[in-house]
Ligand binder design. Structure first.
Ligand code: SAM
Length: 387
């Protein structure tokens, strides 16, 4: 049993599932990592049930605010609720179907790509429930095959080893899916994260709506070129830049499959170095995307991350035509919208360009975020016009 300090139950009863070390008065007993324990407030009243891992930086995560068995039926109910939430979404045959805390199962990420499921298990509690979770997923999704990409840094913090492999069925060597009539592909065990950045779908659509056949797009930190493929389909010429050779090869294959190969070229390398080269080559673009990796996994890394945004945007602005548009994204929870605005303001100043904010966007609806769980909001994007 976990007993909380006085008043520490309020945030938890208000749907924030994380219990920090400082919230805990006592844990009665010694429990293996991931044990499911009852949580009580300082008066001994029931608060919920939580997975406990004394070694983890977040030692307990609430899985239910009710009593009752946490078994296959419990997980099936949550999976059905997650489907119900997404019923109205007109996407493609790929989407995130479980988004961890925001869908009520802390640490469980599940994406579906056509008939192929990708599962990520991030903590010790879910690890102990692995078999029943997989059974629930199989029954509710009816997916023919599934692979696991539990190779995230969150697992290290739980004292868990990475787990990557086939979970069931015949997982194809290349996973293929369609988003807005564009064919995409990746190799499930070579790709980054779960395979594809589904969370940029709405921004890709926004970019596509802004370009035409006279547009030239710089897609910086392109990965497999989601932005480039959307923009090229809308008529633009695109240059994709990334340091991941495998991702750029996948982009080239997708470009060819979609008949867009004449409109997309790639440059392999460090984005900041390639930006310098492009400035020296006096390249010009009408639109740009800057979508770097997390950059700040801890609060202390935010300053350094802001500097990278400023340098990347400053050089991009040097190549952007008058009234050019740039999308700047961060997927780091610790980098707030204000941080991004400030980094962009400094870049505008350095490049001598006035920046108008056309829009500020957040992650799409299949990656829900819950108001009471601030950590569930990670993706923020500024859409700027440079005068
Ligand atoms: C958030 S992902 C980009 C997702 C992509 N825009 C999409 O829509 O699929 C970040 C990308 O940055 C790349 N990357 C990380 N560090 C880099 C660097 N120093 N230079 C170039 N690319 C880098 C990673 O390989 C990864 O593909």
């Amino acid at each position: 049993m976990i007993e909380l300090k006085p008043n520490r139950d309020r945030r938890i009863r208000n749907f924030h599932p994380w219990i920090f070390k400082d919230d805990i008065a006592h844990v009665l007993g010694d429990f293996p990592a991931g044990s499911l324990l009852e949580v009580r407030d300082a008066n001994g009243a029931f608060v919920g049930q939580a997975f406990y891992n004394a070694k983890a930086s977040i030692p307990a995560r609430v899985i239910s605010l009710e009593r009752g068995k946490i078994g296959v039926d419990f997980y099936r109910k949550l999976i059905r609720a997650a489907f119900e939430k997404r019923r109205h979404l007109q996407h493609s045959n790929a989407m995130r179907i479980l988004n961890g805390e925001a869908d009520g199962i802390p640490g469980l990420i599940v994406d579906v790509f056509d008939q192929v499921l990708c599962v990520q298990i991030r903590n010790a509690g879910l690890e102990l429930h692995r078999e029943i979770i997989l059974e629930a997923l199989k029954k509710e999704t009816l997916a023919g095959c599934a692979y696991e990409r539990s190779d995230t840094s969150e697992r290290n913090k739980e004292g868990l080893q990475p787990q990557v492999g086939i979970l069931w069925g015949d997982v194809p060597e290349t996973v293929r899916f369609i988003e807005d009539e564009i064919q995409f592909e990746f190799k499930p065990f070579e790709a980054q994260k779960t395979g594809f950045y589904l969370d940029q779908r709405d921004n890709r659509r926004r970019l596509a709506a802004l370009v035409n056949s006279s547009s030239r797009v710089l897609d910086c930190y392109s990965y497999t070129g989601g932005f480039s493929l959307y923009a090229a389909k809308a008529g633009a010429q695109c240059l994709a830049v990334d340091k991941d050779a495998i991702a750029l090869q996948a982009l080239e294959r997708s470009a060819a499959k979609n008949g867009l190969d004449k409109q997309i070229s790639v440059r392999l390398g460090d984005a900041l170095e390639v930006l310098d080269q492009l400035v020296n080559e006096k390249k010009k673009f009408t639109h740009a995307v800057i979508d770097p990796p997390t950059l700040a996994k801890r609060k202390e890394e935010v300053m350094a991350a802001k500097r990278i945004f400023t340098i990347a945007l400053k050089n991009t602005l040097r190549m952007l035509e008058s009234s050019g548009i740039v999308l700047v994204s961060t997927c780091a929870y610790h980098i707030k919208t204000d941080d991004l605005l400030e980094a962009c303001r400094m870049a505008g100043s350095d490049a001598g360009r006035k920046l108008e904010v056309l829009d500020v966007t957040y992650q799409p609806a299949d990656h829900p975020w819950v108001l009471q769980i601030p950590e569930s909001l990670y993706l923020k994007t500024l859409i700027l016009r440079a005068e």
